[in-house]
Design a protein. Structure first.
Length: 317
């Protein structure tokens, strides 16, 4: 990766021979794509090592741009305090049209932030500096990943309240999801708004929920089939239908023991799903046992998601 700076936000970054411009947005998108490419490679190979090094540099650069933006925001605050004394000098140096256009842009930006701040304050208990930080992060993420601030706010709020984490932590997880390529199909925020309650019921943490959404894309599932397979397995395992019990026993897992673990709460449904996934990964993909497990535990959505996706669920941590 090569980087050429022309200014705080005027940046050329070359990843795999491709030049990316226009700062945080371009760099963030390329980091996401680079991460997705890495997942397709075999660990330990020369290409994997090279791609890993490239991704590490790109992520480091992404973080450095964020720090520069934060520093610039602080500098603008200082400028505001001293603006009264230098107003005449600005007018003497620049045309009145240029000055008006400059301040009009600032006023418009402040208006957008005030509206966003008001929205966030209505749905959260945040106040003061915490509210300011969250508002700035929502706006920055929406600009970076070309998303709507309303969607970003609603998604973070849903993840926060459903999973019992703070709003900023929810934003950090969503940002990581974007960087991991979870929005490759353009519906990542819709999933974050819709699925956390279902996933929590199955025993997923906030981190695992975002990781699942990212894994769907990595496995080539560009619909809701991945999450729907989890939903189906959650229902069938909790009810322990005769077909699900038979499928569990067939792959060497005790349905009676699993039923006791779920009833006592010593295991979550997701932990059982991961056991099933790990066992399926050891069996021939085209075997009758695997087919039975997919059909009778994960149902139709599991058949649509496929063995590759299901047999990798145990890797989510």
């Amino acid at each position: 990766m090569a980087i050429k700076r022309k200014g705080v936000w005027d940046i050329d970054i070359v990843i795999n021979g491709k030049k990316v411009k226009n700062t945080l947005r371009g760099v963030g998108a390329e980091v996401g794509r680079l991460n997705a490419d890495l997942k397709k490679l075999t660990p330990g190979t020369k290409e994997f090592v090279k791609k890993s090094a490239e991704l590490k540099k790109a992520r480091k650069h992404y973080q450095s741009i964020r720090k520069e933006i934060n520093g610039t925001s602080s500098a603008l605050g200082k400028m505001k305090k001293s603006l009264g004394a230098i107003g005449p000098m600005i007018l003497a140096t620049f045309s009145i049209t240029a000055v008006i256009a400059f301040f009009k842009n600032i006023i418009n930006g402040i208006s957008v932030l005030r509206k966003l701040k008001g929205t966030i304050s209505q749905i959260t208990d945040l106040q003061g500096e915490d509210l300011d930080r969250v508002t700035s992060k929502v706006k920055a993420m929406a600009d970076t990943f070309e998303s709507d601030t309303k969607k970003m706010t609603e998604s973070a709020n849903n993840l926060s309240k459903t999973m019992g984490i703070d709003f900023m932590e929810a934003l950090d997880l969503i940002e990581q999801g974007f960087l991991d390529g979870a929005d490759a199909n353009g519906d990542f925020l819709d999933k974050v708004r819709e699925y956390p309650a279902l996933l929590k019921e199955a025993g997923f943490s906030a981190e695992q929920s975002i990781a699942l959404m990212s894994q769907e894309i990595k496995q080539g599932i560009y619909s809701d089939k991945g999450v729907d397979a989890i939903k189906e397995a959650n229902l069938r395992l909790r009810e322990m239908t005769p077909a699900a019990a038979e499928a569990l026993n067939a792959i060497g897992l005790s349905s009676k023991k699993i039923q006791k673990e779920l009833t006592s709460g010593s295991k979550t449904t997701f932990e059982i799903i991961q056991k099933v996934s790990k066992r399926m990964a050891t069996l021939p993909p085209q075997s009758k046992l695997v087919g039975q497990a997919i059909a009778d535990i994960f149902g139709g959505p599991g058949e649509d998601a496929g063995i590759k996706y299901l047999s990798n669920l145990h890797s989510i941590d």
